[in-house]
Design a protein around this ligand. Structure first.
Ligand SMILES: [Zn+2]
Length: 284
């Protein structure tokens, strides 16, 4: 399928519903799912999809993330036609091919990651941006393969690798094929490290499951957006398993910073500056 602009720049499940008054065009105003403030959509968009009242960072699509991060029109995508197949004939409530088709229609993308070469403040990088709006950013074979090939490109061209993570983890419809991607991407990163490559991992809300358990946490430098949920199993699952209430802020980026799992919290509007600064420090 062809790549068309996503009609959903953000994960709309984060917005509270608004019942528009007569005469007010639909979608002009949005309601923050966090602080419930009524926000002028254009103002939030100009603020990189961060709430202008409470600074809540909305989950943006892969396409939107690329647009926010790179120098204007500098993104040259890789493997745009690589699309998922259904190796297991997986059916839950619906068949996997049906779910793929719906996600492709919704996002205008073939799968849950965009990879390519781009410039960030004039620094050439290889970039991978995961897309939570596509089947929860789950890591199927296409996601793993695209990220692996991107890392190999970074190694061959001696360029920094930047991965923006946003994922619920493995893709259950691909089962073992999905789990294998963890090892494959991690192995590619190990080879990249042998080549003295610089890998900057950016964790955004949410970064969980197999993605956290593999490449997300392998960055030379690990950045995270404020309040991002970062963990392996979700807090609800842990709570049900250990039958204890979890402390406030558990699995949030701020807590992980305190525990030394991540290096720095970065507001979305500072990401470009921070990434380019790290590239300069590393002499890449
Ligand atoms: Zn808000």
């Amino acid at each position: 399928m062809t790549q068309t602009p996503s009609p959903h720049p953000i994960d709309t499940s984060e917005l509270k519903p608004i019942h528009a008054k007569k005469g007010v065009p639909e979608g002009l105003w949005i309601r923050c799912g966090k602080c419930a403030a009524m926000l002028f959509r254009k103002a939030v968009e100009n603020n990189l999809w961060v709430c202008t009242k409470c600074q809540h960072h909305f989950r943006v699509s892969g396409q939107q993330r690329v647009k926010q991060l790179v120098d204007k029109d500098s993104f040259e995508p890789f493997n745009t036609t690589m699309a998922p197949v259904d190796p297991l004939g997986f059916v839950d409530l619906k068949g996997y091919p049906e779910r793929i088709a719906a996600a492709q229609k919704k996002t205008g993308q073939n799968d849950a990651v965009q990879t390519g070469m781009a410039y960030i403040k004039g620094r050439k990088v290889i970039l991978a941006c995961m897309d939570f709006t596509f089947l929860g950013g789950s890591m199927g074979s296409v996601v793993g393969e695209k990220i692996t090939q991107a890392i190999e490109q970074a190694g061959e061209n001696n360029l920094p690798m930047v991965i923006v993570c946003s994922s619920g983890g493995a893709r259950m419809m691909e089962s073992g094929f999905s789990l294998m991607q963890m090892a494959k991407v991690s192995a590619a990163l190990a080879r990249f490290d042998d080549q003295d490559g610089l890998f900057i991992s950016v964790l955004t809300d949410p970064t969980t499951g197999g993605v956290t358990a593999s490449f997300a946490m392998l960055g030379d430098v690990i950045l995270a957006e404020p309040k991002a949920l970062i963990g392996f199993a979700g807090p609800r699952v842990i709570e049900q398993t250990i039958r204890q209430e979890l402390p406030e802020g558990f699995q949030r980026a701020e807590f992980l910073l305190e525990c030394g799992f991540i290096d720095r919290l970065v507001h979305r509007k500072e990401l470009r500056t921070e990434i380019s600064r790290i590239i300069d420090y590393a002499g890449k």
